[in-house]
Design a protein around this ligand. Structure first.
Ligand SMILES: [Zn+2]
Ligand SMILES: [Zn+2]
Length: 90
């Protein structure tokens, strides 16, 4: 499985940063059904990727902070590594 994960990572060119991780809201809550503060809406990003994402947004993230439990779970799920796979980012 580890080999497959590595292959998948390289195909998606996932960011390798493991420091300054922040939990990003994938969905920013611009409509009523969006922006849930639950783990399905959490994405672990390093500071530089998070800044890049924020720069691309036309509006700032309006969601309240995730709870510590969700942050901890998201970090664990990411393997304490940035989950960004955006192109032209990191
Ligand atoms: Zn990153
Ligand atoms: Zn990135």
């Amino acid at each position: 499985m580890a080999r497959f994960d590595k292959l998948k990572d390289s195909l998606n060119s996932r960011c390798v940063n493991t420091s300054q991780l922040e939990v990003h809201h994938k969905n920013r809550g611009l409509t009523e059904n969006e922006g849930l503060n639950d783990s399905s809406n959490a994405e672990v990003l390093c500071k530089s990727c998070h800044d890049n994402v924020k720069q691309r947004l036309d509006k700032p993230e309006g969601n309240p902070e995730f709870s510590d439990e969700i942050k901890t779970a998201a970090l664990k799920g990411s393997g304490n590594r940035c989950e960004c796979t955006r192109k032209n980012c990191h």
